[in-house]
Design a binder for this molecule. Structure first.
Ligand code: 5AD
Length: 348
């Protein structure tokens, strides 16, 4: 097993059988998991030192046309409180975020039909004009290639679109009303073609997911070479069909983050809010598995509770933009600090 970790570390690759053996072993073997994470941390440090990039997350809308089985914002959830931010409210978030030192804004939201290209390009153009030195990241689900292109031309730089599951059967079972895995992957290809720094990712522990599925996810990520990869545990939301399912396993999340770090040394990997929600030490454990990004919440405080993709989602304290000092203090306990730079993917 140790040889597999060393092979992954030196080559960035493992075959399916080896990956499966490694992930399986990490579920129970402290020594192997620790070795994997130590190597991932060393690789991340060679690229980024002990700096952690921050991204200010602005949750644009809780309306969503999708019906993903796991998500609290799914359209069938009649209990979800819906809101959408106005243009001016978003600009207020940016103003506050900029003041706090954020140089990346992430516009994230459900697939809200009122977010036309016109409305979004006006928003992105205004942000670009008022904050020429920030990176603008979009995380707004599937759109057409032309739409992606208009938004890029308006000034967006990055796009997060988790692939959710590389296995078509698992993908279909989780997204009964979706447009299918191939459409998802087509979107990712289009984003790359246009020039976005592109993010993929998946949850760990969602219903029906096996270690083989995780191996498929990891190999897809290795093939696609995204600039960003978001990985977190599945967390149940009671008003969804998966409300009684167990949360994802912490060790498996840490192992997959570490493996992705070793496969993609330069990738921007968040220690996700879901990981911080799963465990009080989750955020730091993510960093100590090779993650190098944290995405605090910059949404207006009165709407944060309404953006409930899962329950008890952390959006206060160190997960809040106004908590950056506390976040920095927490990072210092493990010898890290916030890096306030834009933090683009480094092509060199
Ligand atoms: N638990 C954990 N992560 C979730 N997401 C959606 N619902 C949940 C949940 N119940 C993730 C999905 C999505 C991202 C915005 O959040 O992977 O892409």
């Amino acid at each position: 097993m140790r040889e597999l970790v060393e092979q992954l570390t030196s080559t960035g690759r493992l075959d399916n059988a080896s990956l499966k053996a490694l992930v399986t072993q990490c579920a129970t073997d402290d020594g192997v998991l620790q070795l994997l994470r130590d190597n991932a941390v060393r690789t991340a440090r060679e690229q980024f030192g002990r700096g952690i990039y921050i991204r200010g997350l602005i949750e644009l809308s809780s309306y969503c046309r999708c019906d993903c089985l796991y998500c609290g914002l799914r359209r069938s959830n009649r209990l979800a409180e819906r809101y959408r931010l106005t243009h001016d409210e978003v600009m207020e978030c940016c103003k506050e975020g900029y003041r706090l030192g954020f140089r990346t804004f992430v516009l994230q939201g459900g697939e809200d039909g009122t977010h036309t290209d016109k409305w979004l390009t006006e928003l992105v153009s205004t942000m670009r004009r008022e904050y020429p030195d920030v990176a603008i990241t979009l995380s707004l689900g599937e759109r057409g290639e032309e739409s992606f292109r208009r938004l890029y031309e308006a000034g967006a730089n990055r796009y997060l679109l988790r692939h959710e599951a590389a296995n078509a059967q698992l993908y279909e079972s989780l997204h009964p009303a979706g447009r299918g895995l191939q459409h998802r992957l087509d979107c990712l290809e289009a984003l790359k073609r246009i020039g976005y720094q592109t993010g993929m990712g998946m949850m760990i522990g969602v219903k029906g997911q096996t270690i083989d599925h995780i191996v498929e996810d990891l190999q897809l990520i290795a093939r696609m070479q995204p600039e960003m990869v978001g990985i977190g545990p599945f967390l149940p939301h009671r008003a969804t069909p998966l409300g009684n399912e167990p949360a994802g396993d912490l060790r498996l999340v840490l192992a997959t983050v570490a493996i992705v770090r070793l496969m993609l040394p330069k990738a921007l990997l968040p220690s996700t809010t879901a990981l911080a929600t799963l465990s009080p030490t989750g955020r730091l454990e993510g960093v100590l598995s090779g993650a190098n990004v944290v995405m605090p919440n910059l949404s207006p405080s009165d709407i944060r509770a309404k953006y409930a993709i899962y329950e008890n989602k952390a959006s206060w304290g160190k997960e809040a933009a106004e908590g950056v000092a506390a976040l920095d203090a927490e990072l210092h306990t493990i010898g890290y600090h916030i890096d306030y730079a834009r933090g683009d993917f480094n092509l060199k």
